[in-house]
Design a protein around this ligand. Structure first.
Ligand SMILES: [Fe+2]
Ligand SMILES: [Fe+2]
Length: 153
């Protein structure tokens, strides 16, 4: 799988999980889905930040989009952490869970925007500057780095 296919597959998996958590009306299910989403996003962000973005950060024409991407990730992490706190404080069905839902919507919107920028601008430009062999090689690096982040039970 080339690097872009791998990253886009991650994006699709997260988007499917977002759909599930937004449709869920059960707090325990949301909590379980949140754990999976957090792990998926953190792993994906790590391999992009450690391998994919630095590969292009050296190129002047990619500097702005790489900087934007790092900033987007930071924003996503802040929402994840806020959502985690709110979930920890929301215990029973009687607790007001509207804050949970608002933060889920905020997270989805923030990630969607970022994914749109990657898939709509960043990745197409990557395809212009790397050939298929280079993309495959980079994909293998990403794949093996993913193995360093097993999901906790
Ligand atoms: Fe991504
Ligand atoms: Fe990203």
């Amino acid at each position: 799988m080339d690097a872009i296919e791998l990253l886009e597959t991650d994006h699709q998996r997260v988007s499917g999980l977002f759909e599930q958590i937004q449709q869920s009306d059960n707090l325990d299910d949301k909590r379980a889905l949140f754990r999976t989403i957090k792990h998926e996003i953190e792993t994906h962000a790590q391999i992009e930040e450690n391998i994919f973005y630095p590969f292009f950060a050296k190129r002047e024409d990619f500097q702005e989009i790489v900087d934007d991407s790092f900033a987007d990730h930071q924003e996503v992490r802040e929402i994840l952490s806020e959502l985690e706190d709110v979930l920890a404080d929301t215990h029973t069905a009687e607790d007001d869970s509207s804050q949970v839902d608002d933060l889920i919507d905020e997270l989805v919107a923030c990630v969607d925007d970022h994914v749109e920028e990657e898939e709509g601008e960043f990745f197409p430009r990557v395809r212009e500057v790397l050939d298929e062999d280079e993309l495959e090689h980079l994909g293998q690096e990403l794949e093996s780095a993913k193995g360093d982040y097993p999901q906790a039970a």
